[in-house]
Design a protein around this ligand. Structure first.
Ligand SMILES: [Zn+2]
Length: 76
C-alpha cells in the first residue's frame, strides 16, 4: 500500500516504512507536534474569555500586582 507522507509529501510504502503513512519517525513526531500546538492555541482564547467575563480584563492587571506584592511581604 502506497501513500504520501503528510508532512514532507514523500511517497511512502506500508511494506517499507515502519512509520507509515509517515516517511520517518521525525515526520510522525512533527505531525503529533502540530496537533499538540493546535490544541494549545485553541485552549488559550477560552481561558481569556473566562477572565474577560469575570473581571472585564482589569483583574489581569490586579493579579500581576498581587504577584509583585507577595514576594515583598516576608521582607516587611
Ligand atoms: Zn516525511
Amino acid at each position: 500500500m502506497k501513500h504520501k507522507c503528510p508532512i514532507c509529501k514523500v511517497e511512502t510504502d506500508s511494506a517499507v516504512h515502519e512509520d507509515f503513512p509517515f516517511c520517518s519517525e521525525r515526520c510522525r513526531d512533527r505531525d503529533l507536534g502540530n496537533w499538540a500546538s493546535e490544541k494549545y492555541v485553541v485552549s488559550e482564547p477560552v481561558f481569556d474569555e473566562e477572565d474577560l467575563a469575570e473581571g472585564k480584563g482589569d483583574s489581569i492587571v490586579l493579579r500581576l500586582d498581587d504577584d509583585l506584592d507577595n514576594p515583598n511581604d516576608p521582607e516587611h
